[in-house]
Design a protein around this ligand. Sequence first.
Ligand code: ZN
Length: 419
Amino acid sequence: MSPRGWAVLTLAGLAVALIVAGALLIPWHRPPAPRADQLAALRSLPVDQVARGRAFHGALRPAAWSALAVGLVVALVLGLTPLGARLVALAGRPFGDHWLAQAVLGGLAVLLLADLLTLPFAAWRQTVLTRYGLSTQGWDGWAVDLLKSYAVSAIIGALVPLGFYSVVRLAPRWWWAFGAAGAALLVVLLSFVLPVLVEPVFNRFTPMEAGPLRTELVSMAARDGVPVRDVLVADASRRTRAVNAYVSGLGPTRRVVVYDTLLREATPEEVTSVVAHELGHARDRDVWTGTLTGALGAALAVVALYLIGSWTPVLRLAGVDSVAQPRAFPLLIALVTVAGLVATPVQALVSRRIEARADAHALALTGDPVTFEAMQRRLAGVNLADPDPPRWEYLWSASHPSTVERMAAARAYAREIGR
Ligand SMILES: [Zn+2]
């Protein structure tokens, strides 16, 4: 069988693996709380809080959609016309058109151009965050954050094409197989190292100071069967007033992180409720689920790129002979951008199911739906959430159930346990 035949077979195998993993690991059967409870929850929220959350999201929307549209247009123009290939060639010219220069500098040029063209929308977003008092950063702090994130993407954006085109040269017929394995491995590696390598670039993490709250959190984690060495506090207040918590990392790098803003804004009982939700993620191995599905998706994407990329009409549009040459990098970016767009609502749906399970875990672990609901109300108030967002926006990108869904879930749980 030809490499192409094997690629088709591998693609089918990966698709089946992804579907099976998704069916087994994602809690699909989790009906949302009754709409009547949601509406009752909505009515219980202060009218001005709801209005402010809606106004804030209305103000963010034009910047977000413009950034998405411009990013898509830039990717398509560079990838599906010869412009991108010319840009890559230009970047390699001072170095005698060497493939290495084309791969690294050309790749960086494409990514940087996309970043620069969407920069005005990032600034627009920042003006909205400032106007609504959610950002605690001046433009200097914002610019430093931006440069840091450019630096992180530049490192990844240089290493990925470098690795990719090295493999292509070493295995001209089978690069897609090595590339798929490499992409999957990279996803797993990133899950391990992000919390220790990348997160500290943006925030300082300190162990929560000893006291009744820390003692309660650590003992709750032990009771839950997910012992944590430490609860880390991130200095999020240098950037935002918003409150949050999360788990990240795998095995030795696993950590529960709470924002310092959360400790400042919420009662100890509410913090406990938030951490109970995070323990749900740890207990259900949600980081592993995300890593595994991400790794399968990345491998599948590489094989699909190989197959689509050997389609002559697409190559002709991009003005290249083969997807395996560095000048075709913009074409790869265009295909990945479109795939990312298609995957957005699917990822959001999966995330909402997983978040709803973590909420159910928090309710069961604390047995305290009243505090859970108070915590949701506080989170929505401080973070300027739209408690009941427009349906299309929710389906497109909401990573969590809405505030009213989460409050309604607490009310349903309270009825269940008879409180
Ligand atoms: Zn969560």
